[in-house]
Design a binder for this molecule. Sequence first.
Ligand SMILES: Cc1ncc(COP(=O)(O)O)c(C=O)c1O
Length: 423
Amino acid sequence: MTRYGQSPQMQRLEKFVARVREQGLYPDIPVVESAATEPVVRIEGKDLLLFCSNNLLGMSSHGEVKAAAAAAVEKYGLGSGGSRVMAANLDVHVRLEQRIAEFLGREDAICFAAGYMANVGTIPALMRIDFLASLNLNDMALNFTGKRRKVESQVDWDLFSEEANHASDVDGVRLSRAEPHIYGHKDMVGLGAALAASRHHSKIVISDGVFSMDGDIAPIPEIVALAKSHQAMVMVDDAHGIGVLGAKGRGSLEHLGVASDDVDILMGTFTKAFGGIGGFVAGSTALIDYLRISARTYIFSAPIPPAIAAGLITSIDIVDREPWRHEKALENAAYFRRKVEAAGFDTLGSETHIVPVLIGREDAAVRMAEGLRGHGIIAPKVHYPAVPVGRSRIRFVMTCQHNQAQIDYLLRSLRGLKTELNL
Ligand SMILES: Cc1ncc(COP(=O)(O)O)c(C=O)c1O
């Protein structure tokens, strides 16, 4: 018998990790000794400037939000006590779903423990509609034969997924068993041609609203028009847009003037603009009712902890009544983008609070991230597989809590390092 760690598989794994370390690509993630959601964080006893928090609107540390969460801990305790379909269908979950649906102008919403769970639950659930509809639920247990399982694995859908979609959309697609057509980044000609060639009776186009590694916005009006002409459904993952884009912060759809009815499935996360954790899907009553009985990550996993759900309801109220928060985050981003581009950096078409700065080679991005750290600045290098090889970048996120002096310091550091590293 091989001892733990000595099997050939473990040796391969060890060798791989050692190689990643040698190449300097093993993520050197600092341990933060304070809240990691503020512009200034404490690491190894020192104050450093953070430009990668998704606490875009300062909600994680807002006094009213913390008070609502603290009161809910007293009332409900720490955990939920199980899945929503078992014991843990709490009033606070129902109120959160109603509040986010109302904020987005949708009939209903369903919440998941994370945005990731929302995507990996929702996409496969949609692809199972034909199978589920073919069942006679009353005698399903008797008839669940091998033949039935084979039918279950046949998915008569064509799924069109944008190449820069987030990993959770990609994994949702993988779990769906549908054969995906991956269309190029914002390539509407390619999408149109693929839709025209589709022979399946059900079609869906899935796109992020804001692309998480480039900070640019999907051409949703064009996607909607193409989808309409080919009778395809549209799903938009607006994890980064909701709360930030549009005059009222309703997201990419509002920003682009797309009617909410034109997008069948609107997905978002509570992790970013709302400062908590959890994901959601908003849409018609029929869609949400369907997901409650078919999305496996909703049925077989515990929901958002009740204290977080209570804090999130307050957070949505504040985001709704204080638009200055998203305006300021976008102003900070526009200022940084303008100045960093003038210094000769490429921001890859960023239009939002996510501002990547292209470095190119993986080793150069490693040196840039280390150099910034030397200046007391934390921002992550992003490289393959998150982005294509040779397109490594430093990804900055501007929030409403950054001030101009902090952004100017970042700009001075970037200019200095560009010369020093000969970029
Ligand atoms: C576009 C997009 N979708 C989904 C997610 C997953 O959200 P969560 O962090 O809530 O799991 C992310 C997270 O970064 C994202 O960027």
